[in-house]
Ligand binder design. Structure first.
Ligand SMILES: NC(=O)c1ccc[n+]([C@@H]2O[C@H](COP(=O)([O-])OP(=O)(O)OC[C@H]3O[C@@H](n4cnc5c(N)ncnc54)[C@H](O)[C@@H]3O)[C@@H](O)[C@H]2O)c1
Length: 290
């Protein structure tokens, strides 16, 4: 299916990433259905959209008619079949667990029409680990947005050995239609482009912290002011979720045995204490809940 024929998009997972991808797609004029297994998360996502759009209008960033259209384009449902049954494109943004994604893709393959492209927003799981549960591997691909998805322009389109040229091109085109800037990775590689670079910086930062060389604030300040990053690695981990840093690191360590991926004691402690960053109100920094 070409990008011009993609009109209906289903987002599975309305968490950190999913609700903002859904909102971006609705603002770009797509008919979007967003689903999640957790009713509370779904309600929170809907509440976000209901306040975000008028706020943008009030700030003069969006016209009232655009906000109204986006709101009309976006529906929320717990029913996966209802959300994905007529989708042209599915963007999966559920928790970073391979088995959960594999089960979900098998189900999506049963639910969706044959033309539907199935993508995963996973930061680390390449689509070749998932595509084999479907009967349409040529229509399975990584489509990796960045956090916060409403703001960040870049999307990595990662072509697996099973992904057809047509699918990869349709996804590149769809990103442009969504006002994003896509980059194509012609081959799968763990961590894609950006997270490979970020992991190197993050690991070094945690090493410096654990060695007592400097505190997290000092390291963040150094990275922001000298390297020109908009935020330092500790603030970024708070934003993306320390639970994600822990789970991804542990899984990669178990898979490869390479100690470079083993979560440091600092990260493990924060994970156990549920100090996961913004989402729990405390990570390396504190976030008073509104
Ligand atoms: N957090 C980030 O900064 C970031 C950035 C880019 C990509 N990603 C990727 O996006 C994905 C989601 O990450 P997140 O941070 O939004 O996670 P999150 O925990 O905030 O949200 C995941 C949501 O998935 C839901 N869910 C779990 N199983 C489900 C199922 N079977 N069907 C429907 N919903 C289900 C959960 O209820 C939860 O609301 C992950 O694969 C992650 O690697 C995350």
């Amino acid at each position: 299916m070409g990008a011009q024929k993609i009109q209906k998009i289903c987002i599975v997972g309305a968490g950190n990433m999913g609700h903002q991808i859904a909102c971006s797609a609705a603002l770009a004029g797509f008919e979007v259905k967003c689903t999640d297994v957790n009713e509370e998360v779904l309600q929170k996502a809907e509440q976000f959209v209901t306040t975000y759009l008028p706020e943008r209008v009030a700030k003069g960033k969006l016209q009232q008619a655009q906000a109204d259209a986006a709101r009309k384009n976006l529906t929320f449902t717990r029913d996966l079949a209802e959300a994905a049954g007529d989708a042209d494109l599915v963007i999966e943004a559920v928790i970073e667990k391979l088995e959960i994604k594999r089960t979900l893709f098998a189900e999506l393959d049963r639910i969706c029409p044959p033309h539907t492209i199935l993508t995963t927003n996973s930061s680390y799981i390449v689509s070749s680990k998932i595509a084999d549960v479907t009967k349409r591997p040529e229509k399975v691909c990584n489509l990796h947005f960045f956090n916060p998805a409403l703001v960040m322009k870049l999307v990595e389109v990662v072509k697996g050995p099973h992904t057809s040229e047509e699918t990869a091109q349709a996804l590149m085109d769809i990103c442009v239609s969504m006002g994003k800037t896509p980059v194509l990775l012609k081959q799968e590689i763990y961590g894609f482009l950006v997270n490979r670079m970020l992991t190197a910086i993050k690991n070094e930062s945690i090493y410096l912290l654990d060695m007592g060389i400097a505190g997290h604030e000092e390291i963040d300040t150094a990275v922001t002011l000298a390297l020109g990053h908009p935020m330092g690695p500790f603030r970024l981990m708070d934003l993306t979720g320390i639970d994600l840093t822990y789970i991804v690191g542990l899984e990669r360590y178990q898979e490869t045995g390479d100690p470079i991926y083993r979560p440091s004691p600092t990260i493990a402690e924060k994970f156990v204490k549920k100090e996961w960053g913004r989402k729990t109100g405390k990570g390396f920094y504190e976030y008073p809940q509104k």
